[in-house]
Design a protein around this ligand. Sequence first.
Ligand SMILES: [Zn+2]
Length: 346
Amino acid sequence: MDSAPQSVFFDRYSRQVLFSGIGQRGQERLTCGSAVVVGCGAIGASTAALLARAGVGRLRIIDRDFVEPSNLQRQSLFDESDARESLPKAIAAVQKLRAINSAIFIEGIVADLTPNNIEELLSGFDLILDGTDNFETRLLINDFAVKCNRAWIYAAAVGSYGVTMTIRPGTTACLACLLEDDRSFTGVEETCDTIGVLGPVVQLISSLESAEALKLLAGKEDSLHGRLVSCDVWSGRFQSVAAPRKADCRACARREFSYLEGAAQPHVTMCGRDSVQIHERSRALDLAALGARLGPSVESVRHNEFLLRFRVPPYEMTVFADGRAILKGSQDPAVARSLYARFIGS
Ligand SMILES: [Zn+2]
């Protein structure tokens, strides 16, 4: 009877243990392994779910946003009640992941990853997984990963196209090797908010990302393919190319971590089409008190324990407990700053 918990454990993961690439030793390593998922939208949510099911022992989910109805077409961890309640994605995701696997440690953090908090949020994990939606944050993760010699997996999807690569500093190319060529990377890109995105390409890319994560966390580095994989689920075009390191790469050769230093980090940033994020200062807000104060002067004030939302037509502002806010209805930083100062305070 002493072996009962062991046998329950191996029964749960038996199909993975039977797979020769993982085996019993690999499963034990997954159980002791940890991963942090940055951004829990479409790719992040699916990747987190696959790793939770696979039994990765410790998962941290970081996300700055809340669930909206337009997410449900592709963000597989969320449902209509999450959108009705405007739950932060990190909170909604953790609820679902705990129901999927109660035997692992899972935590959700509602935050925007910045140069100021990246060390606190990403340190101590075996692997960093990309679930973000922008290159600014990816290059920030890349700087941190290269500096700390930590593996991370780049993953992105837009339209019907997706791309992923496992980055092992010092061994493979890094994201700066891929993106920052002599023509200089401008950061201008198509986004899901401008040209849309299909659920199937999200699932495909998150599957590729998760498989690489399982290899790394199970200690099967020899099985990593080391290639930049891209695919288009509409045209059926799949490509896998070797991505060489750049001899004079800013990050992995010259070790200039400009994103980590964050000198150019603006305090008001674009956050999807027709919305901006304000994160000028970090402070703890009493959302209930703020809601009571705002009640007479704005429309449709609602709050839960994580965020408060109100309307000042044609704008809608969502304020998080850490003082951050997302303004919908404008792309103008000046409008965002002015509304923030007027209703939340400066
Ligand atoms: Zn590099």
